[in-house]
Design a protein around this ligand. Structure first.
Ligand code: KG4
Ligand code: ZN
Length: 359
């Protein structure tokens, strides 16, 4: 690869941190030429959550066919790929190992530079995609608006974090959850109601027919001046409410109202702290990323309320909110520009905190 050719950089990216095996080819960090994903949901639905060892076996079975498909859909040959990128952290260690070992091997054998990507930064980078290949092969284009200072809210199954970005190069953590992540709260609440894995999505489907004002649930820490979140008390309040309703909780109308009320409480809690940060730092834009950004309740509440206060709302395309490899390719481009490559002989994945067990 010629470093002078960086403006025309095609990156083959891999993602396998949890239960999605994904590969993508991303040009210049914002054009997604291909983006292929195999979801293990049908396997994990049987156990009500991800069993790491089973997830890893599925990654092994799927990773090479997925890489092949991503390459062929991109219309590029291996020769035209400038670098290989992979999620190296955080995630389930056995899942990460499959992607990392595959990427190391490909980079080594093809003689391409290797880029190690932090999954969380990948989620945020998804908001910068401007051209995206859709399943029908057509490209969807987005106008990218970036305004600073801005607030970033990262909400996934393992993380809930609020950042301030003064400019493109300056990101500081303002606060995070003291206990459960927002997605984890959705997954646990859904599991308690007997909804199928993955919980966040099942709960959102139920909530579509419910009344979000039907039940009163707490907005934890809303009175505190800091930017910390907490969802475990809200989850407990929800479980107590469901228990108090007994069999009624399983009737369609009550179940829908419960899901809608819980969804509203979680998203409201996220919004309250986000608006607090906007006011404190005079932010011009809010970016929300991670699996929970796929929530239609979140997208509606944030877009309506932010519009009212004149703050721009940037959220990735729905298909790029939950785990995917396009976001890894997008983030990898920034690292490539900074010449942050790693050795295929020494790269090791790192697990750290990442939960998707719904227990
Ligand atoms: O980012 P992600 O795909 O994986 C992690 O990095 O954790 O996020 C997964 C989380 C899960 O907790 C899931 O319940 C939640 O995102 N999620 C949703 C929706 N789709 C996925 N939460 C609310 N509404 C959705 N539509
Ligand atoms: Zn994720």
């Amino acid at each position: 690869m010629l470093l002078s050719n960086l403006h025309f950089m095609n990156i083959l990216a891999l993602e396998s941190s949890c239960d999605e095996t994904a590969a993508a080819v991303v040009k210049n960090g914002n054009e997604v030429l291909s983006h292929v994903l195999y979801s293990q949901i049908s396997t994990h639905v049987l156990t009500g959550g991800v069993v790491p060892e089973i997830a890893a076996r599925e990654h092994v079975a799927k990773v090479l066919p997925i890489v092949d498909q991503a390459l062929s859909e991109s219309g590029l040959t291996v020769k035209e790929i400038d670098a290989v990128a992979v999620t190296a952290m955080p995630g389930l260690i056995t899942s990460l190992l499959v992607g990392v070992d595959t990427a190391k091997t490909l980079a080594y054998v093809w003689g391409k530079p290797l880029i190690a990507v932090n999954h969380l930064n990948g989620h945020i980078a998804a908001a910068g995609v401007t051209k995206l290949r859709m399943p029908d092969g057509k490209f969807k284009k987005f106008k990218l608006v970036e305004k600073f200072p801005r607030i970033l809210l990262l909400v996934s199954g393992g993380h809930t974090q609020l950042f301030l970005e003064k400019n493109k190069k300056h990101r500081v953590l303002l606060g995070e959850t003291l206990d459960d992540a927002a997605g984890e709260a959705f997954d646990k609440a859904a599991k308690f109601l007997g909804l199928p894995y993955p919980g966040g999505k099942s709960l959102a489907i139920e909530a579509a027919n419910g009344n979000p004002a039907a039940y009163t649930l707490p907005r934890p820490l809303h009175n505190r001046d800091d930017f910390m979140f907490s969802f475990s008390g809200l989850k407990t309040a929800f479980i107590d409410l469901v228990r108090s309703l007994g069999k009624k909780a399983q009737t369609p109308k009550v179940k829908a109202d419960l899901c809608a009320s819980f969804g509203q409480a979680v998203i409201d809690s996220l919004y309250i702290k986000t608006e607090k940060a906007i006011r404190k730092f005079n932010a011009k834009q809010v970016v929300v990323a991670g699996g929970v950004a796929a929530s239609s309740t979140l997208r509606e509440i944030f877009s309506t309320r932010l519009k009212k206060i004149g703050v721009h709302f940037l959220v990735p395309d729905l298909s790029l909110c939950t785990d995917n490899a396009a976001m890894i390719g997008a983030e990898a481009y920034k690292l490539a520009k900074a010449k942050k490559f790693v050795s295929p002989k020494t790269l090791e994945p790192q697990a750290t905190r990442h939960t998707r067990h719904g227990s």
